[in-house]
Design a protein around this ligand. Structure first.
Ligand code: GLP
Length: 241
């Protein structure tokens, strides 16, 4: 794992945007894996600025998001569909036909997972996957204890994740309990991985991810085995390394 540390979240976002820009310059038809959560928001702002300034042409990229809540329609303001369009897609001129998220309202969720997985493979796999990390080490919605060999699947969210996501909903009972997520195996097959983490609350789990044993109780620890994984951290998240 390569570890890059910057002073603050803004600098982290600038580095991440530069890495994505370089990737898209090298390969305009890049297949980009994307994440939600609050961490990538400054990165998405930076990409929108680059696009507005004519510095990055993202019209030919294809995107696959990590996950979506079960039961939330794309126009629900807490769905990841909605989040991605608001935070990034409207602002960077992507081809709407090339944007992919799993459907949380599919009638047959297992069939939807299979379809999503096959679509990623048909696109040639993911060139660069952006990840955040949950406080318990989850990536996408692969929670502690989930097997490393999972492909896209339906995940049961842990209590810790439900509590962490509570802030985005009016009440706790509105927080979805399940999500569709790329599996660890799907994520691991990406040619490059860029995990971003900022803030003191992530310091402990980042230390476990980097220095701890590679175990399913810390899903992100699998990245130690990836040939091309970068961790991009602010000083606070790197404090226990
Ligand atoms: C959610 C998402 C993850 C994300 C995590 C951390 O659970 N499914 O992909 O990494 O939140 O979110 P934040 O960046 O807000 O800490």
């Amino acid at each position: 794992m390569q570890i890059i540390v910057r002073d603050n979240p803004q600098q982290v976002a600038e580095v991440a945007a530069a890495l994505i820009r370089a990737q898209v310059l090298r390969k305009p038809e890049t297949v980009l894996g994307l994440a939600t959560g609050s961490t990538p928001v400054p990165l998405y702002d930076a990409l929108v600025r680059l696009h507005s300034a004519g510095e990055a042409d993202m019209s030919r990229i294809t995107t696959y998001n990590l996950d979506e809540y079960v039961g939330l329609a794309p126009d629900h303001d807490q769905s990841y569909h909605y989040f991605m369009w608001e935070k990034l897609f409207y602002g960077i001129g992507v081809d709407p036909g090339q944007v992919h998220l799993p459907s949380g309202i599919a009638e047959d969720l297992d069939a939807e997972c299979l379809r999503y997985e096959e679509s990623i493979q048909a696109a040639g796999g993911i060139d660069l996957q952006v990840l955040g990390i949950g406080l318990n080490g989850h990536i996408g919605f692969n929670e502690p204890g989930d097997t490393f060999s999972n492909r896209t699947c339906v995940a049961e969210l842990t209590e810790s994740t439900i509590q962490a996501n509570r802030r985005f909903f009016d009440s706790e009972d509105q927080v979805p309990r399940r999500a569709l997520t790329m599996g660890i195996r799907t994520i691991f097959q990406s040619r490059e991985i860029l995990l971003i983490a900022c803030g003191a609350a992530k310091a402990g789990i980042i230390a476990q991810t980097v220095h701890g044993p590679i175990i399913s109780q810390v899903p992100a620890s699998v990245l130690q085995l990836h040939p091309n994984a970068r961790l991009l951290l602010d000083k606070e998240a790197a404090a226990e390394l």
